[in-house]
Design a protein around this ligand. Structure first.
Ligand SMILES: [Zn+2]
Length: 454
C-alpha cells in the first residue's frame, strides 16, 4: 500500500513554535543564528539521552541472520518517535519469503509533517546487526559506556546512527522551531543481508519514492567529518566445472573438474586481475585500494563432499564463487562480458574443459550527483560543527543507498553518521560519544538547512 503525504497537526503538548523566516527572504541574520544556536543547545542538552537510547537499542539483539526480535526493536523506535511528535506506522514486508512467523520482517517509519511546503527529508537506519562473533572483551549486547566510548554489536553499524537521526529531529522540536518540510525517520530490517525486506520494500511500496521524498540520509558509520556519496557495484557469480568421475588410482581415465577449475582460477589471477588493477574510478572510494576494480574468490569446493570419508574418485564437479566489484565507469554489462570472454578463452585452450556460469547477485554502482543540494547542506553543517570541510568519499562495499537510487529513483541520497567504519562487524565494536554528539549536531543543522530555516 502506498503511503500518502498527509498533513499532521502539531500536538497540543508540543512546544510553542517561534516564527522563523526562510533564508533568502526578509529574515535577518541574528534571528537565523539564534535558531541554529537554540537547536544546537537542545542537541547538547539531549546528548545523554541520545547515548542512553543507543544503549537501549543495542540491548535488543536484532541479530541477522536469522533476523531476531526485529519487531521489538521496531516498537521501541516507534514509541520514541511517537513521543517525539511523529505519526508512526509499522510496515511488515508482506509477501517477502524471509518474512516468516518465526522471524517477521517489521519496519517502522515516522512522519512529522512540516508547517508548510518544504522538502521531505527522510533519515533511514537499519536496525539489524551481524552476529557478535568471537573475541569480545565486553558483553556485545549490554551497550555499556566505558570512558568516552559506548560498546556493543551494532553501536556504529548502526544503532547510534538511528539515535542520532531521531534526536536531531527532536532537538528541532524542543527548540520550538517550525520547519516547512516534513521530517521522516525509518528503522528498517535486513541491510546486512541485502535489505530486500527493508529499504527495498519501503521503496517498492512507495514509502520512499521520487515525488514524495526529496532527500534521504543514511547515518551509517562514516565518522562526523565524512560524507559518503555512493558505492561500487557488485557482481557475484558462480562457475562450475564439469569433469568425469573415475577411480582415483587411474585418474587418467577420468577428467578432473578440480584441475579444470585450477585453469579457471589461474586465468582469473594472471589475466583478469591485472586488467582490473589497472582501472581506477573517479569516485573517491576509501580506502584508496578499493578505487580499482577488484575480484575475490569467495569459495572453492569440489570432489568428495564429506570430510570424514575418503573417496578414491576423480572429482567430476568443482564450484567456485567469485565476488567482482565493478566501477561506475565499467558498468555491469562490461564486467559480465569480460568474465564470459575469459571463460571461453580458457575453455578453448584446455581440452575437455566444460563449465557453467551462474549469476548470483548484481548490485549496480551508485553515486549522488556532485552538485546535490544534500551534499552541500551536509558540508555546510559539517563545517559549522567540525570547523573544517567534510571529506567526500565513497564506500568500498554497498549499503541501502542502492535501493533508494534504483527502486525509489531518488538520486539525492547519501550516507552520513557517527561511528568508525573499520569497527563495523568487529569484536568490541564501539562509538565515541563525542562522535555521536557531533553527528547529531551536523544532522540537526542539515535538517534546518535543507528546510531553508537557518
Ligand atoms: Zn550498516
Amino acid at each position: 500500500m502506498a503511503a500518502e503525504r498527509r498533513a499532521y497537526p502539531m500536538r497540543a503538548a508540543d512546544p510553542k513554535p517561534i516564527d522563523v523566516r526562510r533564508r533568502g527572504a526578509c529574515g535577518t541574520m541574528p534571528v537565523m543564528a539564534s535558531v541554529r544556536d537554540r537547536v544546537l543547545a537542545q542537541v547538547d542538552a539531549l546528548a545523554d539521552e541520545t547515548a542512553a537510547f543507543t544503549t537501549e537499542l543495542v540491548r535488543i539483539p536484532t541479530v541477522n541472520p536469522p533476523g531476531d526480535v526485529y519487531e521489538d526493536c521496531a516498537r521501541v523506535i516507534g514509541d520514541r518517535l511517537r513521543a517525539f511528535g511523529f505519526e508512526v506506522q509499522y510496515i511488515a514486508a508482506e509477501g517477502r519469503p524471509e518474512h516468516t512467523a518465526a522471524h517477521p520482517r517489521v519496519n517502522v517509519m515516522g512522519v512529522r509533517a512540516g508547517e508548510g511546503r518544504g522538502p521531505v527529508v527522510h533519515l533511514n537506519g537499519h536496525f539489524d546487526v551481524v552476529p557478535a562473533g568471537e573475541g569480545w572483551t565486553v558483553d556485545p549486547f549490554a551497550g555499556a559506556i566505558k570512558g568516552s566510548r559506548l560498546y556493543g554489536r551494532g553501536t556504529g553499524d548502526m544503532k547510534a546512527g538511528i539515535a542520532s537521526a531521531m534526536y536531531a529531529a527532536e532537538a528541532i522540536r524542543r527548540a520550538a522551531v517550525r520547519v516547512p518540510g516534513a521530517i521522516e525517520v525509518s528503522g528498517t530490517v535486513d541491510e546486512e543481508s541485502g535489505g530486500f525486506a527493508g529499504v527495498a520494500y519501503l521503496a517498492e511500496q512507495k514509502y520512499i519514492a521520487k515525488g514524495r521524498t526529496d532527500y534521504v540520509i543514511i547515518p551509517e558509520p562514516h565518522s562526523p567529518d565524512r560524507i559518503c556519496v555512493g558505492h561500487r557495484g557488485v557482481y557475484w557469480f558462480e562457475v562450475t566445472t564439469e569433469g568425469r568421475i573415475a577411480h582415483g588410482s587411474m585418474p587418467f581415465l577420468g577428467i578432473s573438474a578440480i584441475e579444470h577449475m585450477g585453469h579457471v582460477l589461474e586465468a582469473v589471477r594472471s589475466e583478469l586481475k591485472p586488467a582490473l588493477a589497472s582501472r581506477v574510478t573517479e569516485m573517491p572510494v576509501d580506502p584508496p585500494g578499493a578505487r580499482h576494480a577488484t575480484i575475490n574468490v569467495n569459495t572453492v569446493e569440489g570432489g568428495q563432499s564429506r570430510q570424514d570419508v575418503q573417496t578414491p574418485c576423480v572429482a567430476d564437479r568443482c564450484r567456485a564463487v567469485f565476488d567482482r566489484r565493478f566501477l561506475l565507469e565499467e558498468g555491469f554489462d562490461q564486467a559480465r562480458a569480460e568474465v564470459v570472454e575469459l571463460l571461453e578463452r580458457t575453455a578453448a585452450r584446455i581440452p575437455g574443459l566444460r563449465y557453467q556460469l551462474k549469476d548470483l547477485m548484481v548490485v549496480h554502482p551508485t553515486r549522488a550527483p556532485q552538485d546535490s543540494p544534500l551534499i552541500a547542506a551536509l558540508d555546510r553543517s559539517s563545517r559549522a560543527v567540525m570547523g573544517k570541510p567534510a571529506t567526500i568519499m565513497a564506500s568500498p562495499g554497498t549499503y541501502d543507498q542502492k535501493h533508494v537510487a534504483r527502486i525509489a529513483g531518488l538520486p539525492h541520497c547519501v550516507s552520513y553518521g557517527p561511528g568508525i567504519l573499520e569497527l563495523a562487524h568487529q569484536p568490541d565494536e564501539y562509538i565515541e560519544l563525542a562522535d555521536l554528539a557531533s553527528s547529531t549536531r551536523v544532522l540537526a543543522l542539515t535538517l534546518l538547512d535543507l528546510a531553508g530555516v537557518a
